[in-house]
Design a binder for this molecule. Structure first.
Ligand SMILES: Cc1cc2nc3c(=O)[nH]c(=O)nc-3n(C[C@H](O)[C@H](O)[C@H](O)COP(=O)(O)O)c2cc1C
Length: 179
């Protein structure tokens, strides 16, 4: 059977973003789970909301269409998710339909970006996507990664496994139903 394709979307373009380390950690975990993946960085697709199209949009759309589900890694900014992530997501629509969204939050506080995760679930719903219950919350992010961006708390491997098991279940079931 063909491997499921589950890209990891890094949802902030901020200089110095800690979410990049979290996204790269999730990318490694998705690979370890035997899934096909790649990192999609919203920073590579920044554009003005007034622009009809931007360079690379068609290729990106084809990639999102081929995906069987998505891992979204989003920090929490003022109790929401970054505007550039919304602009990125809103560029597409039917590409996401009937596919699972697994959402991970990142914050320097103890909540791990839970408010951004919960808000993104509502957005996923409008895309006819299926937001899963499980999430990985990267808490206390200022102290969670070393200077090389490696995670210091190995407990996150277990959180990621629980999350990816659920995401894979939905990706498999929904792919069969779509086919
Ligand atoms: C504009 C802005 C707003 C923020 N608001 C929150 C917030 O509401 N709650 C929170 O826990 N952290 C907040 N933070 C801190 C982030 O949790 C912190 O930057 C963390 O490292 C995740 O974001 P990053 O990937 O940009 O580093 C905010 C950071 C910025 C830049």
């Amino acid at each position: 059977m063909e491997k499921l394709f589950i890209p990891v979307i890094l949802g902030t373009a901020r200089e110095g973003r800690r979410s990049e380390a979290a996204a790269k950690f999730m990318l490694a975990q998705v690979k370890q789970a035997g899934l096909e993946t790649e990192l999609i960085d919203v920073r590579d697709f920044l554009h003005k909301a007034t622009e009809e199209t931007f360079p690379g949009q068609e290729k990106l759309g084809a990639k999102l269409k081929r995906a069987d589900g998505y891992v979204i890694v989003s920090p929490e900014y003022n109790h929401g998710y970054p505007g550039e992530l919304k602009l990125f997501l809103d560029t597409f629509y039917q590409e996401y339909a009937r596919k699972p969204f697994g959402i991970c939050g990142v914050s320097i506080g103890p909540n791990g970006g839970v408010r951004a995760v919960e808000q993104l679930r509502l957005v996923a719903n409008e895309f006819h996507a299926v937001p899963i219950r499980e999430a990985v919350y990267f808490r206390n992010a200022a102290d969670l990664f070393d200077s090389q961006g490696q995670i210091k708390d190995q407990g996150y491997e277990k959180f990621a496994k629980t999350f990816l098991d659920e995401l894979t279940w939905f990706a498999t079931a929904l792919k069969a139903a779509r086919d």
